[in-house]
Design a protein around this ligand. Structure first.
Ligand code: ADP
Length: 476
């Protein structure tokens, strides 16, 4: 089976969130299962420093009424044989950020992703790929299933759309529709509330749909950011496949970003990471206060209003708190202020740092993820492997991966709450902290159980392969 995965983000070349991790780990896992898979993404600034590139094609891509030159380079996903094709156009992609600076998207976002979508299809013709499945991701590549129907790209290919986050739909003024080059008839599925909605068109036109956890797949049929009706109309074509973890990248035993490595056999390194982190960030290292960590886009979705509404109460539980994240200026400012006010108890790293993400996973005792909604969530799974007990709101993928600790049966791998309220969140945190303080043995057992869980990609990649086969079976 020959597949092409197209994504705006692919780790380690360009990453804003979980999409990048999935678009990198899934192809590698598929490749191991014997699926012929290629990846296509934009050639963003700095890509050349991360892989050696070879120019393989040059052609014009239609964008609106004009053409934009596309230079294609081939690289490889690290530690694999999976080829990555980077679509280069400096005007569109040689920019400081992936999507935009200062909050919103770049004003020419539609043009940029029309270029990516049409370019990816043109590339397949240009290099004469006999593709069976085109796997597209989120709104950026949601035009592709329709372009396929319009006769662009490989004939007979089937499309699969994965929704990584329904909150981002790629909504544009109707007047920009000409940029897509599609006829009014083909544009009809993209019409939504008087605007052009790229994700909606993808949902209605892709051959099969997936989202990134079974719970989220159910939740969005009821509350789907305005697209629940459309999703319900495709219910039988929609499935939820949990993302996995790339344990070659997220493994405390081999992780090069850490001060000390550790495993279930010898956990002393975990304590060492905590000591070093507290020291480096100037936090109080006295006593046995639990360190609560967060690594997150600073977005409303992630439950920051709960934290901000109860932050003093949270601190009064006797914790140290470390946050790594960027995003909403108000949230950034809140944590910067908190760190100034409580320099011994709170550290705020307002930046994007792979190294600190790994260090915080290793050093923390508890990982907090009180998301309002969470399609899958990766950090809770990283936390499990790093012996960092997750405290999460039971929604979407968090509900599918974190299960409440039960003192009677000794089962569970974390602490959860259901109502979206600060009180419930604090109560879950309190349960975690009491166990941490009062029963070290039981805490170690809980941690150990989490570390031994297997959330690797293999099982999920098999499900994708099965789904691709299903999509192919619909071919005339
Ligand atoms: P989302 O895709 O909604 O942002 P996920 O939990 O699925 O959430 O994935 C987030 C990914 O981005 C994780 O790999 C996480 O470690 C990473 N991440 C988020 N913010 C930062 C940051 N400031 N620095 C480094 N990594 C980050």
């Amino acid at each position: 089976m020959r597949t092409v995965l197209v994504s705006a983000e692919v780790s380690p070349f360009a990453k804003a969130g979980g999409l990048a991790d999935v678009a990198s780990a899934l192809p590698r896992a598929l490749n191991k299962l014997g699926v012929d898979v290629r990846v296509v993404m934009p050639k963003f600034r700095g890509v050349d420093a991360k892989t050696s590139l070879e120019e393989v094609a040059r052609f014009p891509v239609t964008v609106g009424k004009g053409y934009e030159e596309c230079t294609v380079y081939r690289g490889r996903l690290p530690a694999s044989e999976v080829p990555v094709f980077f679509l280069g156009n400096d005007h569109y992609f040689d920019r400081a950020q992936i999507y935009g600076e200062g909050g919103g998207d770049y004003p020419d976002a539609l043009e940029r992703f029309v270029f990516l979508s049409r370019g990816a299809l043109r590339l397949q013709e240009e290099l004469d790929w006999q593709v069976d499945i085109i796997h597209v991701n989120d709104w950026h590549t949601s035009l592709i299933p329709t372009y396929l129907k319009a006769g662009l790209g490989p004939r007979n290919a089937r499309s699969v759309l994965t929704i990584h986050n329904l909150a981002y739909q790629g909504v544009f003024p109707r007047e920009q529709a000409g940029i897509t080059g599609l006829s009014d008839e083909l544009l009809a599925p993209f019409e939504h509330e008087g605007k052009l909605n790229l994700l909606r068109g993808g949902i209605l036109q892709a051959d099969l749909l997936t989202t990134v956890s079974p719970s989220y797949a159910e939740e969005i049929l009821i509350s789907g950011e305005g697209l629940e009706g459309d999703l319900r109309s495709r219910r039988s074509d929609l499935s939820g496949i949990l993302n996995g973890v790339d344990y070659t990248v997220w493994n405390p035993h081999t992780d090069r970003h850490l001060w000390a490595n550790y495993s279930t056999e010898d956990m002393s390194g975990k304590g060492e990471n905590k000591r070093q982190l507290l020291l480096e960030l100037g936090l109080d290292a006295e006593g046995r206060a639990p360190l609560v960590g967060m690594i997150s886009r600073l977005a409303e979705q992630k439950g920051f209003d709960l934290i901000m509404a109860s932050f003093e109460r949270m601190l009064s539980l006797g914790i140290r708190f470390v946050l790594l994240g960027t995003g909403s200026p108000q949230i950034e400012e809140f944590f910067e202020r908190a760190a100034e006010r409580y320099p011994k108890q709170v550290a705020a790293l307002i930046t994007f740092s792979e190294q600190w993400a790994h260090r915080i996973e290793a050093a923390s005792d508890i990982f907090l993820m009180p998301s309002r909604f969470e399609p899958c969530g990766l950090n809770q799974m990283y936390s499990l492997r790093y012996g960092t007990v997750p405290v999460v709101r039971a929604t979407g993928g968090l509900r599918d991966t974190v299960h409440e600790y039960d003192p009677d049966t000794g089962s569970g791998n974390g602490f959860t709450f259901t109502d979206y309220s600060a009180q419930e969140m604090l109560s879950a945190l309190r349960r975690a902290i009491s166990l941490y303080r009062e029963d070290q043995k039981e805490w170690s057992r809980l941690r150990d159980r989490g570390m031994r869980e297997d959330h690797s990609w293999e099982a999920s990649a098999r499900k994708y392969r099965y789904l691709y086969e299903e999509a192919l079976a619909t071919r005339a």
